[in-house]
Design a protein around this ligand. Sequence first.
Ligand code: KG4
Ligand code: ZN
Length: 349
Amino acid sequence: MKKTTYILGIESSCDETAASILKVEGGDFEILSSVISSQVKVHAKFGGIVPEVAARLHIEKVLPIIESAIKEADLTMKQVDYLAVCSGPGLISSLMVGVETVKVLAHTFNKPLIKVNHIEGHLLSISDKLKFPAIGLVVSGGHTQIILAKDYLKYELLGETRDDAAGEAFDKVAKILDLGYPGGPAISKIAEIGNVSDLKLEIDLPRPMLDSKNYDMSFSGLKTAVLYKWQELKETLGKKDLEKSKVLIAREFQQAAIDVLITKTLKAAKEYKAKTVVLGGGVSANKLLRTEFEQTIKKTLPSVELLVPELAMTGDNAAMIAQAAYYHIKKKDFSDPLDLKSDPNWQLV
Ligand code: KG4
Ligand code: ZN
């Protein structure tokens, strides 16, 4: 690898089209650009992601986004050394747009091509600060996994959700309460700012699998508990109180999900003597999750360092893809542009 290397990363696995230029100099990272075109407003009208709509928008955006990432970094395509693309897991038609585009670019411009797993991208979104062994909690709309990283590229899956991802549960609960899409930001907002001190109501929701001996989790039962509670309240409360009760449900739901995520992750950190715990994925933007993680680690595992991505790096982005690619480049783990295929179910471990 040259002393100064430029990696172009591309991400299109779900509903964000993203491109980024990462400069690597003597092993130090500098993100020169990270351009993200989010389709969230379009899908919000449908209450969730519509794959065909996502793919069509990716097709429109992918080249302009790549061009702006290169331009913002003040480079030309010629100066880019490596092309990295997320090839799974994700929505097949969304992945294909990024993957096929980058294959053509790699072939035409004769650049080495690196495929990156989306989960690995989230896991390595602050990769240069990791100390091993590290425990990663990747928590997004599609995944909820606790991963042991013994080193870069050496992972073991300790546990994952057996049903819905945590972000998916946020989205579904928001739908039940008619709070809009995506649910995570909507739920955390109403939980934080709602003032319902005059409403005499206790909401108690389960913490599924909190005390189970493994690192697996489950969020579907929690969502169903919200649904039943909501149906019960609709029959017993007046319109005004029902509206207010959303705040209490959102608060308790958020707390229940966070309790499970923190307990399981810290149990793993203790068991595997982790030096760092790293968060990644859309749900790691959650304010309460971030502060409670910080406080609990300080109290129970003070020697462990908690790494939390900047807000712009929590959701899907291409800087994380370029960063993860760096470790594959070091191992000369390249893909053939004529062979690479999108893999919607690609398991990292
Ligand atoms: O990583 P991401 O952008 O896409 C996937 O790979 O899935 O994550 C999106 C998920 C959505 O389910 C969204 O509701 C959730 O992240 N999310 C949040 C927050 N912001 C986004 N969940 C809880 N609290 C938030 N503040
Ligand atoms: Zn993601």
